[in-house]
Design a protein around this ligand. Structure first.
Ligand code: NAD
Length: 491
């Protein structure tokens, strides 16, 4: 791999200073594409999390009093500093999570875009005036919560670290963020840039294991607002644990098993291209929005499967910094085993493995965690292969006969994050968009996120919407103020 600015050791940012864990514990991070050790960083203890929350709470007194535009200016300044170091962030992410370097460059740009977007919305945190009796004035103002706890996953480390601290900060909260234990370096490097720009304690970055550092943040009584991005299982646990200490507002961006429905009137070329793009093989399928269930009309099913198989077989796994690579490495051994287990499960459930699904054990990729992208056909809607999020490069193709059946199949999982339909028929498209149980729907497109559009799920895919104004407002609480100013009023 090209040399990158990875140091051998990183520290956490607590109260404007860099710290090891209170007990000295560390986590070793490994490049999944090569198996090489990259660096060590702290495994925070409950005591470290307590200190981070206390620093954030203390810093909140001044930060919340700053004018919103002053906060926006500082967030924009941080975005400038990130842009000056963009290549380093992309390389840290790619080295740590095994995704293609060119995709991680896009992630850095997306993180910066999110920061500037929320900075630009700073003056939109408006209240209202409520018609009141003569002599009175009633209005609302939006107040920050205080300390926001932010927990993010491994698949877009920097984009989430940068993008998801922005709305809470602009809204006047201070933040304690915990990145994934598999991909913490870019968040720690972001912390280093932030110390020159943000007042001490406004942003704290703690690293460590979910069950210890994450749980300490979730259950901390001085963290009234939590936002989590990750798996359904962890999201459910966080909801339960959060409720055990104090009343907290919790929003959840969770997993998906998202449907792409292809009607027979759609261009098959476009549909096959979309199926490959929509599965996000560029991130080895490790994306919450991946359209991992293709639900295809019986009239075009066989041809679709044949063309899809040819296209997916031709995808070239490779080292993340090689411009010719089309898909990278799986995040860790556990996830690799999970992917391979699901391939065996699919076969045992009677689905047909059309291509891929095996680990690459020869050549330069043998030292890393690479799996050939897989396509299964003849997948039954009730099978575990069709029901469970694999979060890997395994695409299932299901067959439908009627529009009603297609929509029922699309909705037949616990998830409801994204969905897509390919058809030339306006009526079919609208009925699908209306009836599908998903937070984000594409018609004749996949994967595209236009900035400022709400992202989030229904059912077990989550609670709340992000990436637009509602995300910013979700970090505020409405306070009503009634003023009695009639001459009769006495104080
Ligand atoms: P994960 O749930 O295993 O971990 C996510 C984060 O939660 C990590 O930082 C982890 O340390 C922390 N965590 C784990 N246990 C915890 C606990 N008990 N208390 C507090 N924190 C804890 O998820 P992952 O494997 O890192 O990421 C993959 C999952 O994330 C997939 O399900 C994917 O669909 C989902 N995801 C959702 C979105 C979205 O926007 N909806 C985006 C990206 C990823």
């Amino acid at each position: 791999m090209t040399s990158i600015a990875v140091r051998s050791e990183y520290q956490m940012l607590i109260g404007g200073e860099f710290h090891s864990a209170s007990n000295g514990a560390t986590i070793t991070t490994i490049n999944p594409a090569t198996g090489q050790v990259l660096a060590v960083f702290p495994a925070a203890t409950t005591q470290d999390v307590d200190r981070a929350v206390a620093s954030a709470k203390a810093a909140g007194r001044n930060w919340s009093q700053l004018a919103p535009l002053a906060r926006a200016e500082l967030v924009n300044k941080l975005a400038d500093a990130i842009e000056d170091n963009a290549e380093e962030f992309a390389r840290l992410d790619s080295a740590e999570n095994g995704s293609l370097l060119r995709e991680m460059r896009r992630d850095v740009a997306a993180g910066v875009r999110a920061m500037r977007y929320f900075a630009g919305l700073a003056l939109q945190m408006r209240g209202t005036t409520i018609p009141s009796p003569s002599g009175a004035l009633t209005y609302t103002v939006r107040m920050p919560f205080g300390v926001v706890g932010r927990i993010v996953p491994f698949n877009h480390p920097f984009m989430f670290a940068a993008g998801k601290i922005s709305a809470p900060l602009i809204a006047g909260n201070t933040v304690v963020i915990k990145p994934s234990e598999y991909t913490s370096l870019s968040a720690l490097r972001l912390a280093e840039l932030a110390t020159d720009i943000l007042p001490a304690g406004v942003l704290n970055v703690i690293t460590g294991w979910g069950a210890e550092a994450g749980d300490a943040l979730v259950t901390h009584p001085d963290v009234p607002r939590l936002a989590f991005t990750g798996s359904v299982a962890t999201g459910l646990l966080i909801q339960r644990r959060a409720a055990e200490t104090t009343v907290k507002t919790v929003t959840l961006e969770l997993g998906g098993k998202n449907p792409l429905v292809i009607f027979p009137d759609a261009s098959l070329d476009d549909a096959v291209d979309a199926a490959v793009r929509g599965m996000n093989f560029t991130w080895q399928g490790q994306s919450c929005g991946s359209l991992s269930r293709n639900i295809v009309h019986v009239d075009v099913y066989d041809e679709f499967v044949e063309r899809l198989t040819a296209k997916v077989s031709a995808l070239k796994p490779g080292l993340p910094d090689d411009d010719n690579s089309q898909t990278g490495a799986i995040i860790n051994e556990r996830q690799l085993e999970k992917v391979l287990d699901y391939v065996q499960l699919g076969i045992s459930e009677g689905a047909r493995l059309c291509t891929g699904g095996t680990r690459i054990t020869d050549g330069e990729l043998a030292a890393g965690l690479f799996v050939r992208p897989a396509v299964f056909s003849d997948v039954h809607v009730d099978s575990r292969l069709a029901q469970e999020e694999i979060f890997g490069p395994v695409l299932s193709v299901l067959r439908f006969h009627t529009e009603e059946e297609a929509i029922a199949m699309a909705n037949a999982t616990q998830y409801g994050l994204t969905a897509s339909v390919f058809t030339e028929n306006l009526g079919t498209a609208h009925r699908f968009a209306h009836q599908v149980e998903a937070g984000y729907v594409w018609i004749n497109d996949v994967s595209r996120h236009i900035p400022g559009t709400p992202y989030g799920g229904v059912k077990n895919s989550g609670l709340g919407r992000e990436e637009e104004l509602d995300e910013l407002l979700s970090y505020t609480q409405v306070k009503n103020v009634h003023i009695e100013h009639s001459s009769a009023a006495t104080i």
